[in-house]
Design a protein around this ligand. Structure first.
Ligand code: GDP
Ligand code: ZN
Length: 357
């Protein structure tokens, strides 16, 4: 069973100490408010994180869908206990909202991230780049997917346009409606590998999942879970086996992952530093040697750690540079779009004249 979920010799080696402790391996396939559903050699079991693991979450995050974990089961408990998380190969991570240190793992051990955008929508290079950046950051291989090719007259032109934005990563074209391009997409995911679909709402991600599974997902993936009080609820697996041996991880959190504003991420971590300049005497204080500078005062009094300040400045510069690059690419795309429009316009005028003469 766990072979299907991508269990490898490498994982077995990493698991060895846990095996000696009498634990069994499993992969998290569903995360719920009060626990997890984990695929093991004995089938799917409900599980909860051990007290120690919850304590360690500050450092490594809580177990997430896609994680490989070490479990113990005792016959008189409803749920197994998760004692450890095996090192993650890749992870989509978000900073937890109200803490400067906590990490929230959205999905773990993802091999391929399909960045999905639709052919009938306006090309938005900046958004695509954001999703690509999120994919690169996670460690997964990004692949751009253009959906709804049935709605586009000149799909190759769009592919070329996107390829210019998506430096080096493959660009594929599909139509879930016509069943076109699905095999080429699945070919990107090797047996035992896990993929995710990220992209804005409405671009056709659910339709793709349904097309992959070749039937209604809700019907095939519904499972009954028993909670602590013994109540039955219906839920959906979030890690789904695909025909062909790969898996798709589909949690609500993953889909919009690229839209988390990078700027917001910095604010969440450096909230206190961002507020400091409000107390500088001058509005345009550069925090170099102006009188009444709150930042310098905080550095001198030791209230502000110089390393953190340096890190904050560096991040701000990087973000500004990334923003500038996205801006430039967006402008280029707009220029190309206008040029193409003009060409088409001139061509129709020529045609009109041709008809009159
Ligand atoms: P999601 O929000 O990204 O999951 O998008 P959905 O899968 O819900 O699709 C949004 C809309 O696009 C729905 O009305 C679908 O029927 C439509 N759609 C999805 N795939 C295709 C396609 O290949 N061709 C066409 N013409 N429409 C599609
Ligand atoms: Zn200042």
């Amino acid at each position: 069973m766990i072979e299907q979920y991508g269990w490898t010799d490498l994982l077995a080696a990493a698991f060895a100490p846990h095996a000696r402790a009498g634990h069994i391996p499993g992969r998290v396939i569903l995360q719920q408010r009060d626990g997890y559903l984990v695929a093991t050699t004995d089938g799917e079991v409900r599980a909860k994180a051990s007290g120690r693991l919850v304590h360690e979450a500050q450092e490594i995050g809580h177990p997430a869908v896609g994680d490989w974990v070490a479990l113990s089961r005792s016959p008189h408990e409803r749920a197994a206990t998760i004692h450890a998380i095996l090192p993650r190969r890749t992870a989509f991570v978000r900073r937890a909202a109200h803490s400067s240190r906590g990490l929230q793992i959205i999905a773990a051990n993802i091999d391929v991230a399909f960045v999905v955008t639709s052919m009938n929508a306006d090309l938005n290079p900046r958004r695509i780049q954001r999703y690509l950046a999120a994919a690169w950051q996670s460690g997964a291989r990004p692949v751009v997917v253009l959906t709804k090719s049935d709605l586009c007259d000149d799909p190759q032109a769009q592919v070329a346009e996107i390829a210019a934005v998506a430096s080096d990563c493959p660009v594929l074209m599909v139509s879930a409606r016509q069943g076109l391009g699905l095999d080429a997409l699945l070919d990107q995911v090797q047996p035992g590998e896990t993929c995710v679909l990220i992209g804005s709402s409405g671009v056709g991600k659910s339709s793709l999942v349904n097309a992959f599974l070749n039937e209604d997902r809700m019907a095939t993936q519904a499972i009954r879970v028993t909670d602590d009080q013994g109540r039955h609820t219906t839920s959906h697996r979030e890690l789904i086996l695909l025909p062909g041996g790969g898996m798709i991880l589909d949690t609500p959190g993953i889909r919009e992952v690229g839209l988390i504003d990078a700027d917001e991420g910095v604010s969440a971590v450096f909230d206190d530093i961002e507020r400091l300049p409000q107390d500088c005497r001058f509005n345009d204080c550069s925090h170099a040697n102006e009188p009444g500078c709150a930042v310098r005062a905080a550095l001198e009094s030791g209230a502000l750690d110089p390393d953190r300040w340096a890190h904050f400045q560096k991040l701000k510069l990087e973000l500004a540079a990334a923003e500038e690059k996205a801006e430039r690419i967006a402008k280029d795309a707009e220029r190309r779009r206008l040029a193409a429009l003009q060409k088409r316009y001139r061509a129709t005028k020529r045609n009109d004249r041709g008809l009159r003469d």
